[in-house]
Design a protein. Structure first.
Length: 640
């Protein structure tokens, strides 16, 4: 589905969200520079990218020494310092740009191209793969998944075949089983963190497999014709709205569009938002001169009429835009001929035969019957395995009160959601022995990364920015060293015995050797060998004595929750896995939530997302995911 719609050669099995996928594209292209281009560290980002994406790029770029350059793709001068560029398609203001000239200039300079694309728009627009993109990514949320106050949604990620050994995330390939029959399995695993550790291309483990299945089945159910009908309807409603707004005297700034308009509202801006609020509509607040409107597949003709009435009311006059059918006849086309898709897509039989409910249900059941799952067997996967997903816990996920909330909805519309989140944070504080929790990280890998950035921010605040060494036991999960490298730390391995216990003598020697630049140690408790190390307090004391912080990996918290608390035996920061310990089903590899929990002295460094108005603390680190509370819609499972 993804490869077809993007016009690319290979796609992975999902990433976490669009903003983190942008960061993965930036780092993948950086890590894939040729030997002659190793000195190139500048990455151009179009100012028309989404605000949350730009903030996450800043978070990820700084520790790796990547210099971000924000600007206009039409005027930027790409000198020899640039290795890559990021474009938004369509742009954040809704415009559908022809990037061919920019891409041509970039290629002449050896600059690789990443494109964040709206996946539904690619049904109608020329896919980026056909105009020179090297990487294409985005969100599949609008393929049948609720907004859910930020998630979970499967990000998609596709690239040219040349990058397949550097691509983050899982890749499924065709192999043969023990009897020589065709079989599907995870492929090219040697690039992943559980094998390459600190040399891995990413710290991503699993991502959003369950949501990726939902998006894929949405495409299978509707098929290429159904998706095209949906996309055309959204685009024509947007065109009708543009025509009506012009008739009222407003100026849409973007003459090209798919589903989004930026309107010059001038002196009427405040009145527009006030009228919209009275009619229970949220518009994007851009500045005091402009407002943004985005439509989607749930928008109706009645919604368009209401929007026109709102804008008329803001001007103090009646809606005299006329009949909607008349507006449709005079509406602008919105998509230039040169950017209109002509290539075929979704030609595989699976997208062309399951278009009724009973056909789709039978197909889904036939696939489920091939799985070994917890509804028919226990699965021996250790202390982190889910034991029960109670129906009562799962039901709230289906409620529109949780599912229909926009991640950037005004605070006065989200009081209940935020109360539930605050209560869950306090429950986790009580269980872990820490002082504060952030639920923003939408995977264990992201919680781990956030924890390390918090440690770095703490050292920097004390004038100890030179502390960059991270001690990691040889028995640690591969995500640990991969996350440390992403955070700009230098990994030093600590020896373990045959049972996975940390060698205290080696730990003392390494801590002493690096006492001037020791940032942290990452330990897993119980260890990945399933061992509760009796000397865990001593391990923490040794690191603290030499100026470091203790990161306790919470992947195995299920083995001790209610019995022991990492915040009480010496930990300074931990990530937890709500998808393991606290009942969120892991869906064959996602969704997950990876909260980061911290001791009192680290609380002020918990993540913000300032680009969308979320600031938890003045000293907090930058955004970790693309929404303030990450995958918020599955938090009721853990809350219950």
């Amino acid at each position: 589905m993804v490869a077809d719609l993007t016009g690319m050669e290979i796609a992975n099995a999902s990433l976490l969200d669009e903003a983190t996928a942008a960061a993965e594209a930036m780092t993948m292209l950086h890590g894939s520079r040729s030997r002659d281009a190793q000195g190139k560290n500048s990455f151009f980002v179009s100012h028309e990218c989404f605000p949350q994406t730009k903030e996450l790029l800043k978070t990820r770029a700084h520790p790796l020494g990547i210099e971000l350059v924000f600007g206009d793709f039409r005027t930027v001068s790409l000198d020899d310092s640039f290795y890559g560029a990021l474009l938004q398609y369509p742009a954040a203001d809704g415009a559908v740009h022809d990037y061919a000239g920019f891409v041509s200039r970039a290629k002449e300079k050896g600059v690789t191209i990443a494109v964040a694309a709206d996946i539904l728009s690619l049904v109608l627009l020329t896919p980026p793969g056909e105009w020179g993109a090297d990487v294409v990514f985005g969100s599949t949320q609008r393929f049948g998944v609720p907004m859910g106050y930020g998630g979970p949604h499967a990000a998609y990620f596709a690239c040219r075949d040349a990058y397949k050994r550097a691509m983050p995330g899982r890749i499924i390939g065709v192999s043969v089983d023990a009897e020589g029959s065709p079989a599907l399995r995870m492929a090219l695993q040697t690039r992943e963190q559980h094998i390459r550790r600190e040399k891995a291309t990413s710290n991503i483990c699993t991502a959003q497999a369950l949501l990726a299945i939902m998006a894929g089945m949405y495409a299978a159910y509707h098929g290429p014709k159904g998706l095209r009908t949906i996309a055309q309807r959204v685009q024509r409603l947007t065109a009708m709205l543009a025509a009506g707004l012009k008739r009222l005297g407003y100026t849409p700034l973007n003459e090209t569009f798919f589903d989004t308009l930026t309107i010059q509202t001038g002196k009427h801006t405040a009145a527009v938002h006030a009228a919209a609020n009275r009619n229970r509509l949220n518009l994007r607040k851009i500045d005091d001169q402009h407002a943004g409107i985005s439509l989607d597949e749930t928008t109706t003709r009645e919604d368009v009429r209401m929007l026109l009435s709102v804008f008329a009311e803001a001007m103090g006059k009646d809606d005299e835009t006329g009949d909607l059918n008349e507006l449709e006849n005079i509406a602008p086309r919105g998509i230039p001929d040169r950017l209109t898709r002509t290539s075929a897509y979704l030609t595989h039989p699976v997208f062309n035969q399951y278009h009724s409910e009973h056909e789709m249900l039978r197909y889904l059941r036939s696939l489920a019957d091939k799985d070994l799952a917890l509804d028919r067997s226990m699965i021996p996967l250790g202390s982190c395995t889910m034991k029960l997903n109670a129906t009562s816990e799962m039901l709230p996920v289906t409620w529109p009160e949780f599912g229909a909330m926009h991640p950037f909805a005004p605070m006065d519309q989200t009081a209940g959601y935020r109360a539930m989140i605050a209560q869950l944070e306090q429950m986790l504080v009580a269980l872990t022995g820490y002082a504060a929790v952030s639920l923003q990280p939408n995977a264990g890998s992201q919680g781990e990364y956030a924890g390390l950035l918090i440690i770095k921010a703490y050292h920097a605040s004390r004038g100890d920015g030179r502390r960059t060494v991270c001690l990691i036991p040889s028995s640690a999960h591969g995500t640990n060293p991969a996350s440390a490298m992403m955070a700009g730390m230098r990994v030093v391995v600590v020896a373990c015995d045959e049972y996975g216990n940390i060698d205290l003598a080696d730990l003392r020697a390494k801590a002493e050797e690096h006492q001037r630049d020791l940032a942290a140690i990452m330990i897993t408790y119980p260890s990945t060998h399933g061992v509760f190390e009796a000397e865990v307090r001593q391990v923490c004391e040794i690191v603290h004595q030499h100026g470091g912080q203790v990161y306790v990996d919470g992947a195995n918290l299920n083995a001790m929750v209610g019995l022991a608390a990492p915040g009480q035996f010496g930990g300074d920061v931990s990530h937890l896995n709500l998808h393991k310990t606290f009942c969120i089903p892991h869906g064959g590899g996602g969704p997950g939530v990876g909260p980061v929990a911290v001791a009192p002295h680290l609380a002020k460094f918990l993540p913000n997302l300032r680009a969308v108005g979320y600031e938890r603390s003045r000293d907090g680190i930058g955004g970790i995911t693309g929404a303030p509370y990450g995958s918020a819609s599955i938090l009721p499972i853990s809350w219950m």
